[in-house]
Design a protein around this ligand. Structure first.
Ligand code: GLU
Length: 500
């Protein structure tokens, strides 16, 4: 079994294409087949090297590897269509020598006029065949004279049905009548998609083509080419498009659409890959959250539904939460660094810095959908400022009403040691309760305001030890963090200053 993923490097890797790549990967890995990466970069005007390397990075990031193809993956390759132009040309010449293809000299304006007239007369707008019967010698002379020409495939005159058994969509049939003589090679010598894809799939001995259903109407043309070249076509599986929640094709209007954007928002690769696998397919037995190798073991392309996959951001968030909870603390710390760096809170953290972050980030991530939300959740740690906190009327009102608790807290902390764990923090809170009589929310809310500067957030039992550990870190590529005792007295000072 040999499969391929064939991205066109003309922009960001869309999640729909990533899902197609994933389905190919799941099928190849599940069956012990070979997966090929082929870069379809013959659209010279739109293809870029940077889009190619982004696509490769995105696939690697998702955990999808390949055995042959671009960028030295595996022993063979790279496979880049731009480096195979001589191969397509040779096959075009072969088809011409057999009369199955011919040079066409029609000017673009002429073709446009033909199309317009066909549409007006209610006929399918296909090539009318003006150059079909130019004698070969005439054509050769015109080419030698430098007249620009494309190479067209000669579709047989008699109408017939071109039928294939699509793995996802069952029997699909097109009438050849609607297919005009189509272009194989453009006048600049570059092959058209339908031609290059057939030559490549055949020479690379692809057995299964899994691709988006936007290519389904290309398939009859490709089948005609297989026939003309005397090659056996692969099996086809056209998977549905990925739609936005409003059932139109997933696009910018819906928010993030490319793999890079999801990465930048702090989705974990295993979460995005797992979620994409569930879009149009189910591993069964009510289980959804499974690692890629297990998904590959269960994957059957026959089980992919033909109805469109509707992208559900809520479900993706749910899947990501699951993987954020399961992720190793030091990995989460490393992944969160770029987000914290954006705020200037962290800069090239040392091992000690990372060790601290490996305690802080999981505490934040436990209640988050994505890593880009980590800074807001850890704001209390890195950006505490009593005066600024008290500018919030709600904070100020509540703090005013519970000055006695805050004063008692400041007093206790001035004499207690660092609050390294939940128990020590609880003991201090208990003494504040004894002194003031405040309990429950009346006790803990003012403590939260004074120590975090925020009315809500991470559980205090976890937040306070983090503050204390951060305060002792001093350096490590992490911005200096104020300890609990300093926070309580600064808060009390600001409260009294402004109350006077
Ligand atoms: N380069 C094509 C695309 O990105 C691939 C089509 C195919 O898989 O045949 O849509």
């Amino acid at each position: 079994m040999r499969l391929r993923f064939a991205p066109s490097p003309t922009g960001q890797l869309h999640v729909g294409n990533a899902r197609t790549a994933l389905f190919n990967w799941l099928m190849a890995r599940g069956a012990g087949g070979t997966l090929i990466l082929r870069i379809e970069d013959t659209d010279f005007a739109r293809s870029t090297k940077s889009a190619e390397s982004t696509a490769i990075d995105d696939l690697r990031w998702l955990g999808l590897n390949w055995d042959e193809g671009a960028d030295g993956g595996g022993r063979h390759g790279p496979y880049r269509q731009s480096e195979r132009l001589h191969i397509y040309r040779a096959h075009a010449v072969e088809l011409m020598s057999r009369g199955q293809a011919y040079h066409c000299f029609c000017a673009e304006e002429q073709l446009e006029m033909d199309r317009y007239q066909a549409l007006r007369a209610g006929r399918p707008p296909k090539y009318i065949g003006r150059c079909r019967n130019i004698p070969r010698d005439d054509a050769r002379r015109r080419i030698e004279n430098g007249e620009p020409a494309v190479i067209r495939f000669r579709v047989a005159d008699e109408a017939r049905d071109i039928t294939f058994n699509d793995i996802v969509r069952s029997e699909v049939s097109f009438n050849s009548e609607v297919i005009g003589d189509f272009v194989l090679v453009r006048s600049d010598g570059v092959p058209a998609y339908n031609f290059a894809v057939v030559i490549d799939d055949a020479l690379m001995e692809i057995t299964h083509v899994i691709r988006g259903e936007d290519h389904i109407s290309n398939t009859p043309r490709q089948l005609l080419l297989y026939e003309a070249l005397g090659w056996k076509p692969p099996l086809f599986a056209h998977v549905s498009m990925v739609l936005g929640p409003d059932h139109s094709k997933l696009s910018k209007r819906h928010g993030a659409t490319s793999v890079s954007e999801f990465r930048e928002r702090g989705y974990l690769p295993e979460a995005l890959a797992n979620y994409l696998a569930l879009l149009g397919w189910s591993p069964g037995e009510g289980e959804e959250l499974l690692p890629l190798d297990e998904l590959a073991r269960r994957f059957r392309i026959e089980d992919v539904g033909k109805s469109a996959g509707v992208f559900d951001p809520e479900k993706l968030a749910w899947v990501n939460r699951h993987y954020l909870k399961a992720a190793a603390p030091d990995r989460l710390a490393r992944l969160a660094v770029p987000f914290l760096e954006q705020h200037g809170w962290v800069s090239q953290p040392t091992d000690a810095g990372l060790e601290f972050l490996a305690q802080a980030v999981p505490v934040a991530a436990a209640s988050l959908d994505r890593l880009d939300q980590v800074p807001a959740r850890l704001h209390f740690l890195f950006d505490y400022a009593a005066a600024r906190a008290l500018e919030d009327p709600a904070v100020r009102g509540e703090a005013d009403a519970s000055r006695n608790v805050i004063a008692a807290l400041a007093g206790e902390l001035a004499s207690s040691g660092p609050l390294n764990d939940r128990e020590t923090f609880r003991a201090v809170a208990a003494r504040v309760r004894e002194k003031t009589g405040a309990k429950g929310r009346a006790l803990f809310h003012p403590i939260r305001l004074a120590l975090t500067g925020e009315p809500e957030g991470v559980e205090l039992d976890l937040a306070v030890p983090l503050i204390e550990k951060g305060a002792r870190l001093a350096g490590g590529g992490v911005r200096s963090i104020l300890g609990a005792a300093e926070r309580a007295s600064a808060f009390l000072y600001e409260l009294e200053k402004s109350g006077r």
